[in-house]
Design a protein around this ligand. Structure first.
Ligand SMILES: *[C@@H]1O[C@H](CO)[C@@H](O)[C@H](O)[C@H]1NC(C)=O
Ligand SMILES: *[C@@H]1O[C@H](CO)[C@@H](O)[C@H](O)[C@H]1NC(C)=O
Ligand SMILES: *[C@@H]1O[C@H](CO)[C@@H](O)[C@H](O)[C@H]1NC(C)=O
Ligand SMILES: *[C@@H]1O[C@H](CO)[C@@H](O)[C@H](O)[C@H]1NC(C)=O
Ligand SMILES: *[C@@H]1O[C@H](CO)[C@@H](O)[C@H](O)[C@H]1NC(C)=O
Ligand SMILES: *[C@@H]1O[C@H](CO)[C@@H](O)[C@H](O)[C@H]1NC(C)=O
Ligand SMILES: *[C@@H]1O[C@H](CO)[C@@H](O)[C@H](O)[C@H]1NC(C)=O
Length: 418
């Protein structure tokens, strides 16, 4: 048996290293010199009884630190830590000797998404959008963080023409690419449909690249990424209907696509994910990651076509899948789950320069390697939607979500998007 495994080239950890009995303590300093960074021993794989973590509901997230573990007082350190470390060796390399995690701007409880750094301006663009089920409806401006100012400033930004509810964004060859997630026939006096829109940050002009699938409206265009050939990979879940950002019930299944701006052609690449959300490419162009946030779903009933609303099913999907590129880089195959979110759902999804996968999930950002091996988590006191790297060396890391914008400094470099 063991020789068969060895012949298959499998490397196993010696059994002597297996965890046995309650992990003591569950939590400790990683290094006395770095306050705010705590190590969770052996993933807290055996907690002392009686422990319990409650399920969240639509309005309330229950974080890891809120797990009740009364028989280990060290657990109390989890909730207030800036960083949670699970793989000490790998985490210390990316955190560096002096990681910081600072809350910078208090903002509205609206969704804050689509962060895009424009290196030539040293500015970070992001979107703010309210569910139309909550006021103010039809809010059009985006937000810009000016990193040239000290301290950085936050202001409203209106493109020409304005774009309603960008929900995903990236930078490619001088242009911001937005996944525009809202649609109605009166947006700033004009009709706008869900699609892909570019913004030239030098002129403030926007340009629609895609607004339909053979005449059908897209549902949401939630997140997007541009590959080395200029193709735009995007997810199209059905959230905009559930949250009232579009006036038309879904005409298409939830799916993910690749769009080639040079020809206008859109090709479906995945139809297996309940609600595809974040999408990212590995730096070597070999893999695509897509998150399924089907834990948050909605009402889609032919009998009640006009009912909006979000439902939460804690035992449904909150998973990151990895795929291989195939067919000369035009399609994806080999879907496998690599990470089941321990907190809320994996929303924003990006890959660092070294191939590590990051996701904004609940009140923080998870950092794992390309196989979903959990390394560390940045904690926030608000629900994170997304994040982006900024700065000359792409090592400043801005996080945003419902109620806050924060800045992390560390050694983990983002991709050079220019
Ligand atoms: C702590 O552990 C002891 C013994 O294992 C157990 O009797 C006690 O009920 C536990 N306390 C709590 C609060 O769970
Ligand atoms: C969600 O859970 C929180 C905490 O348990 C509770 O205060 C709140 O009322 C719940 N909300 C709903 C809509 O069930
Ligand atoms: C673009 O918008 C910014 C912010 O509103 C403004 O400062 C800038 O002058 C505008 N650029 C042009 C070319 O209109
Ligand atoms: C929640 O999701 C699970 C897994 O998909 C499913 O079996 C269950 O029926 C769902 N529950 C509800 C209330 O929809
Ligand atoms: C593969 O893709 C490259 C880049 O788009 C293209 O130049 C080449 O012709 C393609 N090869 C085949 C066999 O389709
Ligand atoms: C998060 O922390 C900041 C800074 O301490 C504080 O200003 C803000 O109110 C907090 N937000 C919440 C939702 O607790
Ligand atoms: C920028 O990153 C490179 C490569 O990771 C590193 O060698 C260099 O020291 C960094 N420069 C600064 C100013 O942090």
């Amino acid at each position: 048996m063991s020789s068969t495994l060895l012949a298959a080239g499998l490397l196993c950890l010696p059994l002597a290293l297996a965890q046995s009995g309650v992990v003591k303590p569950l939590v400790q300093d990683c290094s006395p010199n770095i306050p705010g960074v705590v190590c969770i021993n052996k993933y807290a794989s055996v907690m002392p009884y009686h422990f319990f973590r409650n399920n969240p509901n639509v309005t309330t997230d229950i974080t890891l630190g809120q797990t009740s573990v009364p028989n280990d007082t060290s657990w109390a350190r989890v909730e207030s830590a800036d960083f949670l470390v699970f793989d000490q060796q790998k985490a210390m390399q990316i955190l560096g000797p002096k990681p910081t995690n600072e809350f910078v701007f208090k903002i509205s409880k609206a969704v804050h998404e689509a962060p895009v750094y424009v290196p030539a301006q040293n500015k970070l663009y992001m979107s703010e959008h309210w569910s139309q089920l909550a006021p103010p409806t039809g809010y059009l401006p985006q937000l810009v963080v000016d990193l040239n100012a000290n301290p950085p400033t936050l202001s409203e930004y209106l493109s020409d023409p304005p774009v309603y509810a960008p929900n995903g964004g990236t930078f490619h060859k001088g242009l911001i690419y937005w996944g525009a997630s809202g649609g109605s026939n009166s947006i700033g006096g004009m009709e706008q449909r869900v699609g892909v829109i570019t913004l030239d940050p030098l002129t403030n002009k926007t340009n629609v690249l895609l607004n339909n699938y053979y005449g059908h409206y897209f549902n949401t265009v939630d997140d997007l990424v541009v590959d080395a050939c200029g193709d735009v990979w995007f997810t199209d879940p059905q959230y905009s209907w559930f949250t009232g950002l579009t006036d038309t019930p879904p005409q298409l299944e939830a799916a993910s696509y690749r769009f080639r701006p040079s020809t206008g052609e859109v090709s479906i690449v995945d139809d297996s994910i309940l609600q595809p959300n974040g999408i990212a490419l590995s730096p070597d162009g070999k893999y695509v990651y897509i998150s399924d946030t089907g834990m948050i779903d909605g009402t889609l009933s032919p009998e009640y076509p006009n009912i909006h609303g979000v439902t939460l099913n804690y035992t449904s999907k909150r998973t990151i899948y990895k795929f291989d590129l195939t067919d000369n880089g035009t399609h994806i195959t080999g879907k496998r789950p690599i990470w089941l979110s321990q907190d809320w759902v994996p929303d924003g999804l990006k890959v660092a320069r070294n191939g590590y996968v990051l996701t904004g999930a609940g009140k923080g950002v998870d950092i794992m390697d390309d196989r979903g091996h959990m390394i560390a988590r940045v904690q926030t006191n608000y629900t994170v939607q997304n994040f982006a790297w900024t700065g000359k060396n792409w090592t400043d890391f801005w996080i945003m979500g419902q109620g806050g914008v924060s800045k992390v400094t560390w050694n983990l470099q983002g991709p050079e998007l220019v």
